[in-house]
Design a protein. Structure first.
Length: 259
């Protein structure tokens, strides 16, 4: 693996008497998609907020391109399960929303327009810039949310269950779209998901967070494309993940790589 774009070292966080994260070490390389699995309450979304610079850990560090993270950065984009589109803005203006914020680099109007058009084209919505959010399907709305991230030209992409509310067919389309975007942009990407099959289909690596706040497992997913056709290999990896998920509260952290 190439040098990490994002490096987490010894991350720890407590809420009162409850340990949320405990000594988490994790690297994400440029162009790598790492999925985070874990039971509800295991700290997955909290970890993303820390990497986004929205929450400070009690201990440990996050470095991005070798620089300690001190807060939100313009080259880090975060998307949630809810697309969070503003209903009074068009699709185009929703994608552009935030490009003029203080933390963002100053852009000429022509450059903003270029970025928005390029982002909409990347998610297959070049024709939809003038539509209102109420005119969009769930899948289209999620594409707009992803385009809003892409318009910021992120080098780090953080996704918190972005496809959880979509139907199976739309979800599969979005998964393929995400893999293509990570490949094309080379963004270091962290994806929080509850779906083991989704993680297996899109990830270069999967990490499992236990309810004790520690990394219970790391799994390199070395499966040839098209992954959907590798049923036996995916099945074996799925069994490993399910077993590790059930045992994560009792078993010491392990690291596993499978071909």
């Amino acid at each position: 693996m190439s040098a990490p774009h994002v490096a987490l070292r010894g991350l720890a966080l407590r809420y009162g008497e409850r340990t949320v994260l405990d000594g988490v070490d994790l690297d994400v390389a440029p162009g790598e998609l790492v999925s985070i699995l874990g039971a509800s309450g295991s700290g997955k979304s909290t970890l993303l907020r820390i990497v986004a610079g929205l929450q400070k850990p009690d201990a440990g560090t996050v470095t991005v391109e070798g620089t300690p993270l001190a807060g939100p950065r313009p080259d880090i984009a975060l998307a949630f399960q809810d697309p969070c589109l503003l209903p009074w803005l068009s699709v185009e203006r929703n994608v552009a929303f935030g490009l003029g914020f203080t933390r963002q680099p100053r852009l000429a109007r022509s450059e903003r327009a270029r970025r928005v058009a390029q982002a909409l084209a990347a998610v297959g919505l070049a024709h939809a810039g003038g539509l209102a959010p109420r005119q969009l399907s769930g899948g289209m709305a999620q594409r707009v949310a992803l385009a809003r991230c892409l318009a910021r030209a992120p080098r780090t992409l953080l996704l918190d269950e972005p496809f959880g509310a979509l139907d199976e067919v739309t979800r599969a389309d979005m998964q393929r779209l995400l893999v293509g975007i990570v490949r094309d942009t080379r963004a270091a990407t962290l994806l929080v998901t509850h779906d083991i099959d989704e993680a297996l289909l899109v990830s270069d690596r999967i990490v499992l967070l236990g309810r004790d706040g520690r990394l219970a497992m790391q799994l390199a997913v070395n499966v040839s494309a098209p992954r959907e056709a590798q049923i036996e290999t995916l099945g074996r990896l799925r069994v490993l993940l399910v077993e590790a998920l059930h045992a994560s509260m009792a078993r010491a952290p392990t690291t596993t790589a499978c071909a």
